[in-house]
Write a protein that binds this ligand. Structure first.
Ligand code: KG4
Ligand code: ZN
Length: 340
């Protein structure tokens, strides 16, 4: 066995991303380049991602972004061992752009193609910069996803629970919008919450005491929207933001605690990884770290750049599959929905 160098492409939401990652035979990864071109500015006037604008933007930018990833990595196409692209789940127009680009690239260069599940990308993101041996418990918290997974090997994820309604990031974004904050609201809400007193408002504790690992944020969203209408001063809004952030962090920690108990019954390993954009939130991290400490789990969170959507995680997931001969045909489907 030898090391594998893979070009990865990510276009499932509003980031056009390309990266080159090298995977050594011992399982260690090295990110040779990772380019992320965000479209936030294009979507901000609409208060959320507009799928058609996203797809058009991907089609205009993907060639240049991929070329830049290769240039920055100092790797010519002839040095690549494969090309990996997100094939879902996500906004289908965007997924089709990245996957079709990857197919054309693979065909032109005679390279194997790996169609990657975006969630599997998030699942391996911690392995980009630190040893994270399988199996581990994963909390994936992003704008589109909120799930607890037992990650047991390449392509082997078991879902322990997921959200019954909104994803945690979606809840952050929607509540931020009712507080008058611009899109994407998660980081804005965190900033506003800094000067707030979380104890000022009582919010519903969704699924509190629930025995499973599922999440629900819709009740919180409704309650917060009602309270937002009563806010008059900046202090009121900061207090509400702090209360919302505390409620979301508490639910994530509580469900993770349940998942740790069941993971510990099935495995010797005690590694907990949090990934996805919401892992950028300091209070969320703090609460999850405390939960991990409580249960004797090692806490691992990828660097921020690999928490939010990026192509390095897709390249790595592709490389791990490629190493096992798990490649895809040029007829690989683009899937708007693709549960792990
Ligand atoms: O992983 P990601 O970049 O994209 C998806 O796959 O969804 O996650 C983006 C989500 C958005 O909902 C954003 O508001 C949220 O992560 N987010 C945050 C913070 N930074 C990003 N939420 C709360 N606090 C933050 N600091
Ligand atoms: Zn994502």
């Amino acid at each position: 066995s030898r090391s594998l160098t893979v070009l990865g492409l990510e276009t499932s939401c509003d980031e056009t991303a390309a990266a080159v990652v090298r995977l050594d035979p011992d399982g260690r990864a090295e990110v040779l380049s990772s380019i992320v071109a965000s479209q936030h500015e294009a979507h901000r006037p609409f208060g959320g991602v507009v799928p058609e604008i996203a797809a058009r933007s991907h089609v205009e930018r993907i060639d240049a972004i991929a070329a830049r990833a290769l240039t920055e990595a100092g790797v010519g196409p002839e040095a690549l061992d494969g090309v990996a692209a997100t094939a879902g789940p996500g906004l289908i127009g965007g997924v089709m752009v990245g996957l079709s680009f990857a197919k054309a690239f693979a065909l032109a260069r005679g390279l194997p193609l790996v169609a990657v599940n975006h969630l599997e990308g998030h699942a391996v993101s911690a392995r980009l910069t630190a040893p994270a041996p399988y199996p581990f418990l994963l909390l994936l918290v992003s704008g589109g996803h909120c799930q607890l997974l037992s990650v047991e090997g390449v392509g082997l994820c078991k879902r322990l629970g997921s959200t019954l309604d909104d994803a945690a990031g979606e809840a952050f974004d929607k509540i931020a919008k009712t507080l008058g904050l611009p899109y994407p609201g998660g980081p804005e809400l965190e900033r506003l919450a800094r000067g707030g007193d979380a104890a000022r408002f009582t919010l519903p504790r969704m699924l509190a005491g629930h025995k499973g690992c599922d999440f629900s944020f819709s009740g919180l969203k409704t309650a917060a929207a009602r309270l937002a209408e009563t806010c008059e001063t900046d202090q009121d809004r900061a207090d509400l933001a702090a209360a919302v952030q505390a409620a979301i962090a508490a639910q994530l920690a509580e469900r993770t605690s349940v998942a740790m108990r069941s993971f510990a019954q099935a495995h010797e390993a005690r590694l907990f990884v949090v990934a996805g954009g919401v892992a950028a939130n300091a209070l969320v991290r703090e609460r999850l770290k405390a939960t991990a400490d409580q249960h004797g789990f090692t806490f691992l969170a990828p660097p921020l750049a690999y928490c939010t959507d990026n192509a390095a995680m897709i390249a790595l997931a592709g490389a791990e599959r490629l190493a096992l001969g798990m490649t895809s045909g040029l007829d690989a489907a683009a899937r708007p929905r693709w549960p792990l």
